[in-house]
Design a protein around this ligand. Structure first.
Ligand code: UDX
Length: 443
């Protein structure tokens, strides 16, 4: 089919490239000329495992095209996916400007009947709004049907999630449109849920809010574990075996970040508020998450007192491993708090440094070599559980740091291993390990 994906950000690009891989003729559009030029040359502007290979392959075989020209993008499309951003506004609501602009543009340029599939996360009722805009402005002889088709792609495994996701949600009251969209996804063999538009919109928010709730819940349990002397690893194992709870999304740490959970949880609280319902539970989830990001600095101060002039090795900048995305990353909060305390920071990350530099500038030092970050550091703070950090020999902390004090915000190491090394190790929801150390080598 002729498919256009409006918006070549992480959701749009992954969707477009993967649909091309399924054999469709796909045009991905965007307003950013630079991004489109880069994509036309086969390079991905985002780091996403497996994406660039599929991008190059489908560009070469002619299935995939990129454009900034809305006329070219929309006039021949049979299906248009809307995947533009819905950034958070100051009051927590989603900004729908880009979504509405695409709707106007589609109505203006469409030359055939079209199905418009919304992938962007939008508040309940937005798809009706999109339908209204198009209905008002489209040529009278043409038909446009709007379908809510939320995405559940995780950064860092978005390509795998596209092909092997848990479910596909198709929200529409038009059975013909539902069948057409179903046909696109059928080759994937993923369970398909057909529902009404508003329920589909709600599914996306409810899923993200529930996952965020699991994370804040386990983080609260971790805090209590610390206070009573229990170990969150044992507790998680114990509750995760209960099939009604499940083992996933129970990793305690310094909270969730990224482009979805923080934004979508706030938007849902706002949405509920607009309906005169105070979503207190989700509000608490957000508050717990905000608190978690500050924990490493609180713990560092408790242990060593003033951080003024202290050298801190910050290990990990991205909001999670396998992505260069630093949006709403705990590392940014940690940097802010550490600078407030007068600490001197050297941050390590394998790929997120350029993105972090955009936000933090030269307020801190950056390195892609963990050992350089650790060199002469008074304390190391782990903010992202990168494999490179998990695989680091634990001797390195003693070898390179002034004092091997590690505050692990992601519980990267087993306490059994840590106990074999002369270091002070503070993690989340687990007993503190203080082993005597005597520095023998100076670097
Ligand atoms: C999320 C959803 O998983 C995805 O379905 C949706 O479409 C977009 O938002 P993403 O933001 O890419 O995906 O990352 P995810 O892997 O879900 O992790 C989100 C955050 O939660 C990360 O900061 C991660 O470190 C944190 N997290 C996750 C925990 O702290 N504990 C966990 O157990 C799981």
């Amino acid at each position: 089919m002729n498919i256009t994906v409006a918006g070549s950000g992480y959701v749009g690009l992954v969707t477009g490239v993967c649909l091309a891989e399924l054999g469709h003729r796909v045009i991905c559009s965007d307003i950013q000329e630079e991004k489109i030029a880069m994509l036309q040359s086969g390079r991905s502007p985002i780091y996403e495992p497996g994406l660039e290979d599929l991008l190059e392959k489908n560009l070469q075989c002619g299935n995939l095209h990129f454009t900034t020209n809305p006329q070219y993008a929309y006039e021949d499309a049979e299906i248009i996916f809307i995947a533009v951003g819905t950034p958070e506004q100051q009051d927590g609501t989603a900004n729908l400007t880009y979504v509405c602009e695409v709707a106007h543009s589609i109505a203006h340029f469409m030359k055939h009947d079209v199905i418009i599939c919304t992938k962007s996360t939008v508040p309940v009722g937005t798809n009706d709004q999109i339908a209204e805009i198009i209905q008002r402005q489209k040529p009278v002889n043409l038909h446009a049907e709007v379908v809510a088709n939320p995405e559940f792609l995780r950064e860092g495994s978005a390509v795998v999630d596209f092909f092997y996701g848990d479910r596909i949600v198709i929200g529409t009251n038009c059975s013909k449109a539902a069948t057409t969209i179903e046909q696109i996804y059928l080759p994937l063999g993923i369970p398909i849920i057909k529902t009404d538009i508003k329920s589909a919109e709600m599914i996306k928010y409810a899923a993200n809010a529930f996952l965020a709730t699991k994370i804040s819940f386990i983080n609260e349990i971790a805090t209590i574990c610390e206070k009573v002397g229990a170990n969150i690893d044992e507790v998680t194992k114990g509750i995760g075996k209960d099939e009604r709870i499940g083992p996933y999304f129970l990793q305690a740490g310094i909270g969730y970040g990224g482009s979805c959970f923080p934004k979508d949880t706030k938007a849902l609280v706002q949405l509920a508020g607009n309906m005169q319902h105070s979503f207190d539970l989700l509000q608490a989830v957000i508050e717990v998450n905000t608190r978690q990001a500050s924990l490493p600095v609180v713990k560092a101060k408790e242990l060593i007192g003033s951080l003024k002039g202290k050298k801190v090795a910050l290990l990990g900048l991205s909001f999670k491993p396998n992505t260069d995305d630093v949006r709403e990353a705990a590392s940014l909060v940690i940097v802010k708090e550490l600078l407030k305390e007068g600490a001197i920071i050297t941050a390590y990350d394998p790929i997120a440094i350029p993105n972090a530099q955009h936000v933090l500038g030269n307020t801190i030092e950056y390195t892609q070599d963990i050992r350089l970050a650790l060199l002469h550091a008074d304390v190391a703070i782990i903010a992202t559980e990168w494999e490179e950090i998990k695989q680091l020999s634990l001797d390195s902390y003693e070898l390179y740091m002034k004092n091997p004090i590690v505050i692990d915000g992601r519980n990267c190491y087993s306490l059994k291993e840590i106990r074999k090394h002369p270091m002070t190790y503070i993690s989340i929801g687990r007993p503190i390990v203080i082993n005597e150390y005597k520095k023998s080598t100076t670097y």
